[in-house]
Design a protein around this ligand. Structure first.
Ligand code: MN
Length: 235
């Protein structure tokens, strides 16, 4: 007999993401994001050169999990007039650890997914300018759409995969994961030096150039080759 604790309110549901080819779901622990991890995007944001990777987080319940073959809905957020898409490869950690070396990183990865790091760019810009945290620009409700997680064995060579996002059928961002400044293994090395990674941790690895605004009614189609497509409508 287990004696389960009594709560003062019903605990929130477990946030989870579908797994391609499985009826099991991936339970989310944390959502880490890498900033400025493609050179051309760093330039368009006003930076140059290879600086050590830096990280920010989104709340786990900012995840909008979209099943394969369906169109997810993304509410246009409050307070912004400049709501940007950032197409990203997402890494799903399956085995935790700290101080993981890049050479050992692969063994910690459960799979990969297509994600959008949605950003209230105007608010992020104001916070940057004031030297304040980015939370309001990056960590708002529904800010992390994601498609199904493809297990590593089925994902192909994601480190050299083309990725793109189209808005209403027109290309906005198009690049290749090989252009990451800090690749997946190196990112895991840096991240796990700062936090102990846990199963359920998602890592949004950064976005290439071409970030731009969406408006209500827009249809976004994001893709990373080998991982399927993420379809979402701004409502
Ligand atoms: Mn991003």
């Amino acid at each position: 007999m287990t004696n389960s604790p009594a709560y003062v309110f019903t605990p929130p549901p477990v946030v989870s993401v579908p797994v391609a080819g499985s009826t099991h779901r991936y339970a989310v622990h944390r959502v880490y994001c890498v900033g400025r991890n493609y050179e051309e995007h760093a330039k368009e944001m006003g930076f140059t050169g290879r600086e050590p990777p830096f990280f920010f987080l989104k709340p786990a319940d900012a995840i909008v999990a979209v099943d394969a073959g369906t169109v997810g809905t993304l509410p246009y957020p409050s307070l912004t007039k400049n709501f940007h898409h950032e197409i990203e490869l997402v890494v799903a950690i399956g085995t935790g650890g700290k101080d993981i070396k890049a050479a050992d990183a692969h063994a910690h990865i459960f799979g990969y997914a297509v994600g959008l790091d949605m950003t209230r760019r105007d608010l992020q810009g104001e916070m940057k300018k004031a030297g304040r945290p980015w939370c309001i620009g990056k960590g708002f409700d529904h800010s992390a759409p994601i498609g199904p997680i493809t297990p590593t064995a089925l994902a192909g060579d994601v480190n050299h995969a083309d990725l793109f996002v189209q808005v209403n059928g027109t290309d906005r961002q198009r690049s290749n994961v090989a252009k990451l400044i800090w690749n997946v293994a190196e990112t895991i090395e840096h991240l796990s030096a700062a936090w102990e990674l846990m199963p359920g941790d998602l890592i949004y690895t950064g976005t290439p150039e071409g970030v731009a605004a969406v408006v209500t009614g827009d249809i976004l189609v994001g893709s990373v080759a080998g991982l399927g497509e993420l379809h979402i409508k701004v409502v």
